[in-house]
Design a protein around this ligand. Structure first.
Ligand SMILES: *[C@@H]1O[C@H](CO)[C@@H](O)[C@H](O)[C@H]1NC(C)=O
Ligand SMILES: *[C@@H]1O[C@H](CO)[C@@H](O)[C@H](O)[C@H]1NC(C)=O
Length: 413
């Protein structure tokens, strides 16, 4: 009785990281969260919410739209939070990590800001009032705020926004200083897309971080949105190189809006496999870089994605299909997280840890695996023994065999 309970607890402890849900695996792998955006209009879809409500799967939320300037301050000095509060309230009630999004951004900006004729001092006051009011409303609730969003354009030039036209790059440190004054205990992020390709735009955002710091303003993080394309996503190593360009500046990084779209749909099965591989590379690059804190996908299901309405003909960019079935990409993300979560650096560390921790709650003798582990060659029971990118042992200690779970993960069972 005691022994079978022991084995059952050992199996449960081992099985959890290998087949677990995404947030739980991400935390076991050393990240702070795995999360998603959610729009107010999607909270009434019970099938979607069954996924979102599983806190082992989704540990972080960000409002897809509600906190944007056009919603919270549609006319000057008139702040309204009815729309903005829906997703933050959901996150708070479930004790999830909340990313807040976004403050100084050229898009979804009301006409009175975008088309006002401002002096530099006037526009500075407008930015400061907006940030002070919005961040005070959410004070203490946001793990991070995207303070400035998308200040570089697609060519790598500074974006031709009202902010840049009136203020030059001064709007960058002014925004971050205002944010720090409003809530000193949230992570202040610069957030942008197409940084993943390490081109002129990446260089420009490195410059932005340096401008902010040189002005004596605080910045804690850079968000790489990760709106990528199947088959054109950089390799895991190249993605990690980009992340390290930013962590070398003393900021943390995160993937904040990840989706990987097919250029034409429906996707073929080989395209779905390529997409899975691309997802594994993005999530894997975060795991490879100290200072990468989490991954946020821009929606859980292909049923709700900004992609088809923005990129004509493109779609199916997310981890679940429109019927809420897990895609190959989900398995790939799960596997790359599980590979890290189960520990791959030292072949027998997983077994050792489990036996030690289980013994603490049991007065029975340790099982036979303890004595055979040290004298056998190959990977220990439960350890990883194969998969794309795996460079560790490919054989298992007797009597276990290396069993393929999927392309990214084989395990000694
Ligand atoms: C999800 O959670 C919310 C808030 O706790 C609840 O109102 C809703 O009924 C849940 N939906 C499903 C499908 O679990
Ligand atoms: C600003 O004005 C132009 C020209 O009237 C218009 O096309 C544009 O939509 C306006 N911008 C916003 C954000 O309303």
């Amino acid at each position: 009785m005691v022994k079978s309970a022991y084995i059952a607890s050992l199996l449960a402890a081992c099985a959890t990281p290998a087949v677990g849900q995404l947030h739980q695996l991400a935390v076991n792998a050393g990240l702070k969260y795995f999360g998603t955006c959610l729009d107010n209009s999607h909270t009434s879809d019970a099938a979607l919410m069954a996924i979102i409500n599983n806190s082992a799967e989704v540990g972080q939320l960000v409002p897809e739209n509600g906190q944007k300037w056009a919603y919270v301050q549609p006319t000057q000095n008139s702040f309204t939070y009815t729309t903005a509060d829906v997703i933050p309230n959901l996150a708070t009630s479930k004790n999830l990590v909340l990313r807040c999004h976004t403050l100084t951004w050229h898009s979804q900006l009301p006409n009175w800001v975008a088309n006002g004729s401002w002096t530099k001092a006037q526009l500075q006051a407008v930015i400061e009032a907006h940030i002070a009011n919005v961040m005070a409303h959410y004070k203490g609730k946001c793990y991070a705020w995207d303070v400035v969003n998308e200040a570089a354009d697609d060519s790598g030039a500074w974006r031709d926004s009202v902010f840049y036209r009136v203020m030059g790059t001064d709007f960058l440190p002014i925004s971050f200083k205002a944010a720090k004054a409003a809530d000193a205990n949230t992570k202040l992020y610069y957030n942008d897309y197409n940084l993943e390709y390490n081109g002129a735009k990446t260089d420009r955002v490195v410059e932005a971080v340096n401008i902010i710091k040189a002005a004596g303003a605080p910045i804690d993080g850079v968000g790489l949105q990760g709106h990528l394309i199947v088959g054109s996503t950089p390799s895991r190593a190249n993605l990690a190189t980009v992340l390290r360009r930013f962590t070398a500046l003393g900021v943390e990084v995160a993937y904040t809006e990840l989706d990987i779209r097919h250029s034409s749909v429906p996707a073929s099965s080989s395209a779905l496999t390529t997409q899975a591989n691309d997802y594994a590379n993005v999530v894997g690059s975060c795991l490879d870089v100290t200072g990468c804190v989490g991954v946020t996908v821009w929606g859980m299901s292909d049923k709700y994605s900004w992609v088809p309405s923005t990129f004509s003909g493109a779609g199916e960019a997310l981890l679940y299909d429109s019927n809420m079935n897990k895609k190959a990409a989900w398995t790939a993300v799960s596997s790359v997280l599980a590979a890290k979560a189960t520990g791959t650096a030292k072949p027998s560390s997983t077994t050792t840890t489990l036996v030690t921790s289980t013994k603490a709650t049991s007065t029975t003798a340790a099982p036979a695996t303890t004595t055979t582990a040290s004298s056998s060659t190959g990977q220990a029971r439960w350890g990883q023994c194969g998969g794309i990118g795996w460079t560790g042992p490919t054989t298992c200690q007797s009597p276990y065999t290396c069993q393929k779970q999927n392309d990214w993960y084989s395990q000694c069972l």
